[in-house]
Design a protein around this ligand. Structure first.
Ligand SMILES: Nc1ncnc2c1ncn2[C@@H]1O[C@H](COP(=O)(O)OP(=O)(O)OP(=O)(O)O)[C@@H](O)[C@H]1O
Length: 265
């Protein structure tokens, strides 16, 4: 894999989490987490199982509402953000367990990522009237460009449920990318993949970051992949932040080493 190039320095972070705490019926999942994600960077969230990584991703895109703390996105601070608001503001995500329409084709799945870009009403779309027909063509062209970018054109008409798991993960990435996000949240994009597939997926994530300047926050368990892919690493353990810095800084952090070598588990 080629070297990770640092993103351009920008004064204002794209995303800032301030003192985020989240609990489920009194059980703390995330406690007092603060960190900032610079525009254009790839930030990895790592930590042992149950550390609170997915919960935090769900707070960022509004699936969960933090009981405490604030999130700022593009300088705008909000206490509560619903998933639809997050999508409208340019936050897209993929899931640990795939969330695709398995009975639909690759192209149709990717097209669902374009829904927020449509301006015609559902009636116009159903009857292909007014703005709907030319808009349909534009959305299809945009979806085809993403399909080509992620090298899934040979399967564009295949039913997603029939594809191997690694390809389904790529289709889910394509659907998220089709929405032209400013921030892409990837929950274990390489889970269940072999070394070759992981390398390929890392390559696509780097290409997205470089080609479109998309900021990425991803959860990944493979530390080798994280170190080769990320500009910034945030480490969680038991819902608390124990490390935050460059891959090199995090790798030499004694608390992180203790968490990973198991002396604390
Ligand atoms: N919907 C929920 N209801 C109750 N508890 C939850 C819920 N979601 C997460 N938790 C709890 O919050 C804690 C953090 O879980 P979370 O899934 O965020 O961790 P994680 O770091 O993503 O773990 P993994 O790497 O295994 O996916 C765990 O103790 C988990 O059991």
């Amino acid at each position: 894999m080629s070297e990770v190039i640092s993103p351009p320095a920008s004064a204002l972070p794209l995303l800032t989490l301030n003192n985020i705490s989240l609990s489920f019926k009194g059980v703390k999942a995330v406690t007092d987490i603060s960190f900032a994600v610079a525009r254009g960077e790839i930030c990895a969230l790592i930590g042992p199982n149950g550390a609170g990584k997915s919960s935090l991703l769900n707070v960022i895109n509004g699936v969960y509402q933090a009981q405490e703390g604030r999130i700022s996105f593009e300088g705008e601070t909000c206490r509560r953000m619903r998933p639809h608001d997050a999508a409208v503001r340019g936050i897209a995500r993929t899931f640990q367990n795939l969330a695709l329409f398995k009975g639909m084709s690759v192209l149709d799945n990717v097209l669902t990522g374009r829904n927020l870009k449509r301006r015609s009403s559902w009636l116009e779309q159903a009857l292909r009237l007014g703005r709907a027909a030319p808009e349909d063509d534009r959305q299809r062209e945009a979806a085809e460009r993403v399909i080509e970018f992620l090298h899934i054109q040979p399967w564009r008409n295949a039913l997603v449920g029939k594809l191997p798991y690694g390809l389904q993960k790529r289709v889910e990435l394509a659907r998220a990318l089709a929405s032209e996000p400013k921030l892409l949240l990837l929950d274990e994009p390489m889970a269940g993949m072999n070394a070759e597939e992981k390398q390929e997926m890392s390559r696509f994530i780097l290409d997205i970051n470089r080609e479109f300047g998309t900021t990425v926050v991803l959860i990944e368990h493979d530390i080798g992949v994280v170190m080769g892919l990320s500009h910034h690493v945030v480490v969680l353990d038991y819902g608390r932040k124990i490390g935050d810095g460059t891959p090199q800084e995090v790798r030499s952090n004694p608390e992180v080493i203790a968490a990973y070598l198991g002396t604390r588990h």
